[in-house]
Design a protein around this ligand. Sequence first.
Ligand code: PAF
Length: 280
Amino acid sequence: MKVVKTVAEVQQLLAIPLSNKEVVGFAPTMGALHSGHIALVKRARKECDAVAVSIFVNPTQFNDKNDLARYPRTLDADVQLLQAAGCDVVFAPEVEEIYPTPDTRVFDFGMLDKVMEGERRPGHFNGVGQVVSRLFDIVKPTRAYFGEKDFQQLAIVRELVHQLRYKVEIVPCPIVREADGLAMSSRNTLLTPEQRAAAPLIAKTLFTAVDMVCETDLATLKKFVVDQIEGNQLLKLEYFDVVNTKTLQPVYSLDNEGSKQACIAVQAGKIRLIDNMRIS
Ligand code: PAF
């Protein structure tokens, strides 16, 4: 496995697989890797000839400067995990390498970024669009692996691929959970022991809510989720929405046609945690 910092190096390492039309798998990450990331890399290893992972804490997607400053950075440990998972190339650039000049592109994701995370984190998905597009231009992957925990991000990335006509297959990968149900996230390491002990209530509530869907209505379901989360002093509910899986627009009745996703965001102190589950 090679760890490189420049665009020239990563392109040199991938030049032969790409010119031989080999399948290049790519998992973009911001580091602080956990088993959720490693599942993406292992899947890419099984399905692709060459596997590249980027580790880049992208400043343009942070709408909150403090969130950017405290985002965990654990490069040495990340490199070890990636080596063990069978990664071939780690691309860990500095900010100037990705943005030699400021990226001023403004994307129009329609209604996809007007709800949930996009509504509460202005500019976040535009920044995600910028960095994912830069990384795709550099790595030129055949397949790119994204976790379903960031459900809205997946929809945004698919839309980006459609708008910019990238020839990359987006591969969604299931959420990986801790033994107590908490969705794995790099931000989990920032929780205090008390917040960490409270956090599994998010997944537990979501599981129960999804189970209740057949026998209740949307208002009762929402009230149940509010009561559960707000019942814990350490957690604050930002939103609980049931949305159409494709359009991400909130449904107004649980009887609505089409597949639906229950999505939640909760604050534990200053740390935001998100989770989601399919409603069949
Ligand atoms: O999901 C993430 O970690 C980031 O949003 C991504 C896709 C690596 C872009 O910075």
